[in-house]
Write a protein that binds this ligand. Structure first.
Ligand code: FUB
Ligand code: ZN
Length: 666
């Protein structure tokens, strides 16, 4: 994974790379035909009414966003910084140089949330913040409270200082708020900022390598709403700036290792994942967006390799990534410690972004499988069931000291998980001229046009509680639509693409089934989708049943931390053992081969879940400390994302098979 200076690249790749760099500098980049296999259906066209997600979206609106607002304007000076700029009385900036981004991310989350949970007070608060943000913009379009409050002469001198990152989040918020409300005040601010950046940097102007990638993907969003090609050109140019050691001409604090920010070699030549996990995810999301609009196959090729490096060798079973705290990112292949896992919430959120882009570019459901894994496990774990406590890191084992916090000094994660949950509608469906893709099984409805005819789709399910999914298809009269239903890899015996994790042999599962109007129907399987290409009439209903048995999972032997251990999964959910359900202990039992599992509804937590139960030998030390006692105990496992909602507790995802892995003194 460390980029080797001796890595060789095929001549054709190098040749096409230089051609495209040449085109960048001659300024002749144009958006070509969109290279996506289908377009994601925008959240604004999807109504969600889901047993699992709707309560979460409501909690985001009523608890998470109020917590973000309280922390942002009452407990910290984030909003005050904008007010200080507008007052222009020489006051100092308070906080960290990237704090503005938390304001923008919260605004973005509010925008999505208004669609699911229209709440006048939230919209009022957003408008109030937008006025303050707008008042802090300088006449030349510059917007950054850290530099404007006393550091004006230093602006745009240090690429690591997140002026671009903050600007990217401003643009994302502006686009989301415009899409959700039709109000364009923040969009105009974002356009002025982007134009300011464009006046300084770009083909034939100054060089700039984004210190924390984000502006790339944001500029593509700005392009998609304004249709102004200069933003797409700028996004592409920013990608091309990487990997040439251009950062050297500037002060680049803490910039010892360019692989940290995926800047060691040009993006198109990258094959291996390196460095900071969130930076990487935002970079590849932006690269996939640019590839989709420019048809640039080199980006696609590079990302296929990098994606395999992530998923085949560097991803946790929870879909979390970035095992190392020292660089907040990747270390060496298969180095996936459980208790020390960093797995930042934002990195799992980034996995959702990137995998969605890869899915729409390729039409391959393996990317959605990874997205679903990161969404339901690594990302969702970052949000407490109450909605107002957060994890920054998401380890896969705890001795009881890991706990959820109200906020963080670096507070990137809370608003990130808020914007992800609130924008869930973006990930459910995809559409092409001929077909509909159902990617996530979320109770919802959407109306889409096929050959000028509106067709309404309504999906009903209790997923992931059970695997029964019903999709009602309602054209006005009759309509030909190829409906693609994602059949998750886990429902076809593939735990994860690439085999880093595998179902234990003999860990039985039934087959998925599909019926239309209660009758078996023919379908084809294409890239992980069951395709039903036929004429639909009003009242037709598809029933998809996914197998929901408890599956035991093992790791490749290279992951030494998981040797002789087993993880449990049911549907898309990874499970863990938490002390709260097991007499305070999660490290004192063995999971023997051949254990049988039962499942039941479990209402001990703040939301009902399906728990897994099994009998296992548990070990305790006698009160005099002289003997180890064994007794068979009923163990309860709960979905990983629900742990640590009853105070700090012991927890384990990978359960031991061997007595030497038991830890009694915890
Ligand atoms: O630098 C901004 C954010 O802070 C990053 O995305 C996180 O990883 C944290 O370092
Ligand atoms: Zn974060």
């Amino acid at each position: 994974m460390i980029v080797s200076p001796y890595t060789t690249y095929p001549m054709t790749t190098i040749y096409t790379y230089f051609i495209s760099v040449f085109l960048m500098f001659t300024g002749s980049l144009h958006a070509q035909q969109v290279a996506r296999k289908f377009e994601p259906v925008n959240f604004s066209q999807v109504s969600i009414h889901d047993n699992f997600w709707t309560p979460k979206m409501n909690i985001v609106a009523t608890a998470t966003l109020p917590a973000c607002i309280y922390q942002t304007e009452v407990k910290t000076a984030r909003i005050q910084n904008f007010e200080k700029v507008a007052r222009n009385t020489g006051e100092e900036h308070e906080g960290i140089f990237y704090d503005d981004s938390d304001v923008f991310k919260a605004l973005e989350a509010i925008a999505y949330s208004l669609k699911n949970y229209p709440e006048k007070d939230l919209e009022k608060k957003a408008d109030e913040w937008i006025d303050k943000v707008a008042a802090a913009q300088l006449p030349d379009g510059y917007l950054n409270t850290y530099y404007t409050l006393g550091r004006m002469s230093e602006r745009w001198t240090d690429m690591s200082m997140h002026e671009d990152y903050n600007g990217g989040h401003l643009i994302e918020a502006a686009v989301a708020y415009f899409n959700a409300t039709g109000k364009r005040k923040l969009l105009d601010v974002a356009i002025r900022f982007a134009d300011h950046f464009d006046s300084l940097f770009g083909p034939g102007k100054r060089h700039w390598v984004t210190g924390h990638q984000e502006l790339e993907l944001a500029l593509v969003k700005l392009y998609s709403v304004t249709k102004n090609e200069k933003y797409l050109t700028l996004a592409h140019w920013l990608l091309e700036e990487r990997g040439h050691k251009r950062a050297k001409g500037y002060t680049w604090t803490d910039w010892k290792d360019t692989a940290y920010a995926q800047d060691a070699i040009p993006v198109k030549l990258q094959k291996e994942i390196t460095g900071h996990a969130v930076r990487a995810m935002y970079l590849y999301t932006g690269a996939a967006d640019v590839a989709a609009l420019t048809g640039d196959a080199d980006y696609m090729n590079a990302m296929e390799h990098v994606w395999e490096d992530v998923v085949y060798r560097n991803m946790y079973i929870t879909g979390g990534i970035g095992s190392s705290g020292s660089n907040e990112g990747f270390s060496t292949d298969y180095d996936l410690p459980n208790e020390q896992a960093y797995c930042e919430t934002c990195a799992s959120v980034g996995m959702v972004f990137w995998n969605q882009r890869m899915n729409t570019l390729t039409g391959d459901s393996k990317f959605m499988d990874v997205l679903e894994r990161s969404l339901y496990n690594g990302a969702l774990d970052g949000l407490s069931l109450s909605g107002d406590r957060f994890f920054y890191g998401n380890p896969l084992a705890s001795d009881g000291r890991h706990f959820r916090r109200e906020w963080f000094g670096t507070a990137c994660c809370p608003a990130n998980i808020a914007r992800l949950v609130a924008s869930l509608g973006d990930y459910v469906y995809g559409k092409s001229d001929q077909g509909l893709w159902v990617n996530l099984y979320v109770g919802s409805s959407t109306t889409q046009k096929f050959k000028k005819q509106d067709v309404n789709f309504t999906l009903q399910t209790h997923y992931p509680g059970d695997g029964n999914i019903k999709l009602y298809v309602e054209p006005k009269s009759k309509a030909n639509v190829a409906i693609h239903l994602r059949i998750p890899g886990w429902a076809q015996n593939e735990a994860v693409p690439g085999g880093l994790y595998q179902f234990l042999e003999g860990s039985a599962t039934s087959k998925f089934t599909i019926q239309v109007n209660d009758k078996d129907v023919p379908f084809t399987l294409e890239k992980g989708y069951a395709v039903l290409d036929r004429e639909w009439k009003r009242g037709d209903a598809i029933t998809l049943t996914l197998p929901m048995e408890v599956r035991e999972i093992i790791s490749r032997p290279e992951v030494k931390q998981d040797i002789d251990r087993v993880a449990l999964q049911r549907g898309p959910l990874v499970y863990c053992i938490e002390g709260a359900d097991n007499d305070g202990k999660a490290w004192n039992f063995l999971l023997p081969t051949g254990t049988s599992f039962t499942t039941s509804y479990y209402s001990v937590l703040a939301e009902p879940v399906v728990a897994i139960q099994f009998e296992a030998p548990a070990f305790t030390i006698s009160t005099d400390g002289q003997q180890i006692q064994t007794q068979n105990k009923k163990i309860t496992a709960i979905p990983y994302y629900t742990w640590c909602n009853r105070g700090s507790n012991q927890m384990q995802v990978w359960l031991p098979r061997k007595i030497t892995d038991i830890k009694l003194n915890r």
